[in-house]
Design a protein. Structure first.
Length: 65
């Protein structure tokens, strides 16, 4: 994941990189933000599905005893 900092020039959120001892800031584009949000949504959906499966399994185990 990118390192995000506040740009000292414009005060906006920007990607921060250090290359050859030189700091660079590049603006965070809406595309980048939408891409990251999409990735997070997919990850959360997978987590939710796993949690639901584990809850179902736990209920089954509880009902057997």
């Amino acid at each position: 994941m990118s390192d995000i900092k506040i740009c000292p020039t414009c005060g906006a959120k920007a990607k921060y990189k250090v290359k050859d001892g030189k700091e660079t800031f590049s603006a965070v584009q809406d595309e980048d933000a939408f891409k990251k949000v999409g990735q997070l949504k997919k990850a959360m959906q997978k987590f939710k599905e796993k949690a639901e499966a584990l809850e179902k399994e736990l209920e089954e185990l509880k009902s057997k005893t």
